[in-house]
Unconditional design. Structure first.
Length: 182
């Protein structure tokens, strides 16, 4: 795993061989971060990385000055790897939560400026993820939500959808949480 840019840019970390995550490719990650940086100033923004896997997305946000960053992952191997990278970087702005993402979304008590979700493409509840996030307390008016998915999914009918990006076989749907009417 390579951190692309920012204060930790070009640092490499070797994930364990038994990791079950499907990391976002460097090409797709670099391009989606270019899009995000054109939409938002990442520095100082609160970020939640759901289905964090290797933590590559969380570390990319940290490297670019996001704070705080929360990484939510259920698999012990991935959580252990994220912890080891956090220790090597010595960055206290990363909060790691080992647990079920669906329970985390439903039980959310705080909101984030940016929420990134990369569920396993074959997860049986994949289709629920964007709607759950957009309807949860994880977001507030103005929050940016990014969902990584395969090309055969279409979330453009959901509220706040404004853009879809494709980088090879990796797709991202972007949403902006709208102001609620009184």
């Amino acid at each position: 795993m390579r951190i692309i840019r920012g204060k930790y840019g070009r640092r490499r970390f070797e994930p364990p061989k038994n990791i079950t995550a499907r990391p976002t490719t460097d090409f797709a990650r670099e391009n989606i971060f270019n899009v995000i940086e054109n939409l938002e100033d990442i520095e100082g923004r609160s970020v939640c990385d759901l289905f964090s896997g290797t933590g590559a997305i969380a570390f990319e946000f940290l490297s670019r000055g996001a704070s705080p960053v929360t990484a939510v992952e259920m698999a012990q191997t991935q959580v252990g790897f994220i912890r080891s990278v956090k220790e090597k970087l010595g960055d206290g702005n990363l909060r790691i939560i080992k647990g079920d993402v669906f329970k985390f979304i439903i039980g959310a008590v705080g909101s984030y400026d940016i929420v990134f979700a990369d569920p396993p493409y074959d997860h049986p509840r994949f289709e629920e993820v964007p709607g759950l996030i957009l309807g949860s307390r994880l977001v507030h008016p103005g929050s940016l939500v990014i969902i990584e998915h395969s090309g055969n999914r279409d979330f453009s009918a959901l509220p706040g959808f404004f853009q879809r990006r494709e980088y090879g076989s990796v797709n991202f749907s972007l949403f902006r949480v709208e102001e609620t009417g009184d």
